[in-house]
Design a protein around this ligand. Sequence first.
Ligand SMILES: NC(=O)C1=CN([C@@H]2O[C@H](COP(=O)(O)OP(=O)(O)OC[C@H]3O[C@@H](n4cnc5c(N)ncnc54)[C@H](OP(=O)(O)O)[C@@H]3O)[C@@H](O)[C@H]2O)C=CC1
Ligand SMILES: O=C(CO)[C@H](O)[C@H](O)COP(=O)(O)O
Length: 499
Amino acid sequence: MTTNQQRGTADIGVTGLAVMGANLARNFARNGYTVALHNRSRARTDQLVAEHGHEGTFVATESLEELVASLAVPRRVLIMVKAGQPVDDVIDQLIPLLEAGDIVIDAGNSHYEDTRRREAALAQQGLHFVGVGVSGGEEGALNGPAIMPGGPEKSYEALGPMLEKISAHHDGEPCCAWVGTDGAGHYVKMVHNGIEYADMQVIGEAYDLLRRVGGIEPAEQAEIFTAWNQTDLASYLIEITAEVLAQKDEATGGPLVDVIVDEAGQKGTGRWTAISGLDVGAPVAAIAESVFARSLSSQPHVREVARRTLAAGIESVEAPQPADREEFVEDVRQALFASKLVAYAQGMDMLAAAAQEYGWSLDLGTIASLWRDGCIIRADLLDVIMKAFGGRDTDRHPEPGTRAEGQPVNLLFAPEFSQAIAEALPAWRRVVATAVTAGVPVPVFSSALAYYDGLRADRLPAALVQGQRDYFGAHTYRRTDRDGSFHTLWSADRSEVEA
Ligand SMILES: NC(=O)C1=CN([C@@H]2O[C@H](COP(=O)(O)OP(=O)(O)OC[C@H]3O[C@@H](n4cnc5c(N)ncnc54)[C@H](OP(=O)(O)O)[C@@H]3O)[C@@H](O)[C@H]2O)C=CC1
Ligand SMILES: O=C(CO)[C@H](O)[C@H](O)COP(=O)(O)O
């Protein structure tokens, strides 16, 4: 790090001008900020200035040195490059150019552990490193995304107002608030994406059932999804599903969805959510199943062999024809709602577990408020979730690792949700039973139902698992009637001893 660097006047520098960086830079400029631009290859910078230079004040730069020199102090450099090693590469180049007090912002989908490492390293140099989750895709980045900043709270003083200004707003409130120290911002974004995966998968399962059991073609389904968007399912993902299903393929004249290869891609955030869920001991099965569903879809060769070698019985599966089509559609809608609710409950539960693991002060009500608009999972439901967690209060910072007072231990315990899910339960069971009988895979519908049933079961077969563990590994068990740990002498006289 050098001192006495050149000082410029630009409010913020953006390096990495692909889809997200370019649109965020334009968003800052449209909101009156002077934005210095940089991209590894100059062409993207030139293109942005040529096509959108009139939208605000941009300073095009050729190198990171030039970018840094163009910035007012404290310097704010926003990195929006491919997640992983490229972020480290850019940081390494930036460090010698910056001064203590400057702020480096990583707004990509970085892994929260990388963010924790980077923040600690930059703090040693007197630099603020802020990991920021951004959601909303291309359109959100331009018109107002949901923004989830972590990092040192102090840095939010210099950065927060700018981020809040460019973020989406809901009921006049910015979908941006400081969420917690070090990697918390990226963690919250990761969980957002985990929920996104589950939400997309349950919509996919509903589509599959409506088509294969209900015999409803995509064009008609588009109308059904449009109608569902007027119910408690109202959300961006339902809205775009209707549009995708309505889309005709120009080449064939049939539904576009029928010519799209059925292999779902993934860049990693869903997988990270599932892994972290396992790490922090949060049962995020619905989210994990949605990741596995993408993985299974992306094994075309195995699926091809399976279609031939495991064909026995496929034809004999009798898809039970729904007696009443309208009732079936409504059953699927309710199953979709209940499964989606479980995915959100699992995601929020995981945030609470992570707060404990990493000593973060996460306020679940405020986090839910950030997702009400601008992001991919934006939905009417998020307003209700926010209220169930005590509403939005950006000054409410629970003791690290704890929940704010009065917040439900599980979202499903909030009265509005416990009642909604109880009402959906008969339909949910009918749909899962129908799917299983018809041979239509519904991994998230069924896993979410198993979670719900498991959560409220009087007794779980975990008792037997403990017995088995004690048998083969002397792992001991606790008893329902006495304190202490016990072991049965399985290979001797099978008497019980206190461990
Ligand atoms: N696309 C989306 O909808 C969303 C993306 N994100 C996240 O935002 C970030 C940016 O995404 P997106 O805009 O799609 O762009 P990409 O993830 O496709 O990354 C492309 C950008 O990274 C730059 N880059 C790649 N490697 C390096 C390197 N070693 N050094 C310097 N620059 C490098 C490229 O420069 P060059 O032009 O020279 O190749 C280009 O500007 C990612 O972390 C992504 O996960 C977050 C929310 C939504
Ligand atoms: O962060 C995002 C949306 O919130 C990005 O669009 C991300 O790429 C989505 O994840 P994936 O590509 O794995 O489906």
